[in-house]
Ligand binder design. Structure first.
Ligand code: ZN
Length: 156
């Protein structure tokens, strides 16, 4: 069957930036499983999945706007280091920022911490190499739970 809304899709992927640097990959681990149309993957990839079938391999190039968003400099903020108290703070660490999601520490200097609230892949053109492993219809139970059951999904 071809991938359409409410298909459960299992796929392998390799994700690179425009310079060919590998950012993420499912190879060597379990493939990724999601429900088409449920916004579980970035919008640009979901669009290009539509109509594909088992065995298809393809490359999807996705602009930031349909990936993890454009980089927003408004989401950069400086916080005094003492706000972190005894906690060790260094570049690359991530903090849960309440309603504002996840912040990444960009820099610690002169008693100040530069926090970045952008997704780590914001502003990056995504180059996916995709291989479709399995396509099936979601069960009504999966659709009401909003997630996949079985391999690659929830077990409960
Ligand atoms: Zn469930």
């Amino acid at each position: 069957m071809n991938i359409t809304t409410n298909s459960v899709v299992t796929f392998h992927y390799a994700l690179s930036d425009n310079d060919g640097k590998l950012l993420d990959s499912s190879h060597g681990q379990d493939p990724f499983t999601y429900i088409q149309g449920a916004s579980m993957i970035v919008p640009g990839l979901e669009e290009q999945m539509e109509g594909k079938r088992v065995g298809d391999t393809f490359k999807a190039v996705i602009d930031p706007a349909k990936g993890y968003g454009d980089f927003d400099s408004q989401l950069l903020q400086q916080v005094p280091l003492e706000k972190f108290g005894e906690q060790k703070v260094e570049a690359g660490m991530q903090f849960q920022g309440g309603e504002h999601g996840v912040f990444t520490v960009k820099e610690v200097a002169d008693g100040k911490v530069l926090l970045d609230g952008n997704h780590p892949l914001a502003g990056i053109t995504l180059n996916f190499n995709v291989e479709i492993i399995e396509v099936r219809e979601a069960t009504s139970e999966e659709l009401s739970h909003g997630h996949v059951h079985g391999p690659g999904g929830h077990h409960h």
